[in-house]
Design a protein around this ligand. Sequence first.
Ligand code: CA
Length: 124
Amino acid sequence: MTLVGDLGSALGIPIATYPSTCNLVNQWTTTCGSGPSKDISYIWTVPATGSYRFSTINSSFDTVLEIRNYNNTSQVLGCNDDEPGSLQSRVSLSNLTRGTRLLITIEGYEFNECGATTLNIARN
Ligand SMILES: [Ca+2]
């Protein structure tokens, strides 16, 4: 299991860092092109209905970021490999409903790519 924590409804740049995903396992396969690689996941609850952006800026490696509905993990809300000009990832989601729980997963783009992760969450 790669789930690391429940972030509640907090916002922050960063909101969570993790020193190395290299000792974790590969649980999820993302829908935006990553190969099998170790992943780290967080639960986050939408604090107020609106639009939010999630990013992995300042992570130490080429990340992929995917966001699912925690209560129905087959429902992928967003996935990104590279934001423009970066190897890090950014997903913006609009019309999120207060109280919805999201599963936020960060993994490496290349096979087994891993390292230090930074997760940022801000309101748009
Ligand atoms: Ca990337």
